[in-house]
Design a protein around this ligand. Structure first.
Ligand code: SF4
Length: 175
């Protein structure tokens, strides 16, 4: 029997290959929680792309709150950091903490995130935070670097195949 896993999804293109990687071993519940995406119209475009992907991959899917005001509070003081700096650390921290909490609330033992498939994200940071919140919520973080073995390239190919919308920037409007 497959193990249950909550997959935090940042966007449909990153979810394509990540789901491929996890599918054989895990029964996946997707969780789209990204209050960092600006503006709201862009958030909706990415959410629609995820619904389109899910009409193909058919996983259980939850959509988190879009509380962009709260996200702005969390990153306050670091708005002018370069991408990859403290602002991104706080942004990733918030999303992983929320995903870990949600997995534990659903009694799902394993969780992970699509974020590591991006070559622009710091894998070691994702792993450290993922494991920290796994400990806090008594669950297990799947510390997989999904960009390995050509994972990022495969995600682009799958996105093209499924004709998914692919955004041109990470998420917030202050990069
Ligand atoms: S660049 Fe991306 S990871 Fe960094 S703060 Fe903005 S949305 Fe978050």
């Amino acid at each position: 029997m497959k193990k249950k896993c909550l997959l935090h999804i940042c966007c449909a293109p990153c979810a394509t290959q990540t789901i491929e990687c996890l599918n054989s071993e895990y029964s996946i519940t997707g969780y789209f929680y990204n209050p960092n995406i600006e503006p709201l119209a862009e958030y909706n475009l990415r959410l629609d792309a995820l619904f389109k992907l899910n009409s193909i991959v058919n996983i259980d899917l939850f959509i988190g709150d879009y509380d962009n005001r709260y996200w702005r509070k969390v990153i306050k003081g670091f708005e002018n950091d370069k991408e990859g700096g403290k602002r991104c650390e706080l942004c990733i921290d918030l999303r992983l903490k929320n995903a870990a909490y949600f997995a534990s609330a659903l009694k799902i033992k394993y969780y992970t995130t699509t974020l590591s498939i991006s070559p622009y994200k710091n894998y070691e940071l994702i792993k450290t935070l993922g494991e920290q919140y796994a400990k806090e919520y008594n669950i297990v973080f799947i510390a997989e670097d999904f960009k390995k073995n050509g994972g990022y390239k495969k995600s682009i190919e799958l996105s093209k195949k499924y004709e998914l919308y692919r955004q041109k920037y990470c998420g917030c409007k202050i990069q």
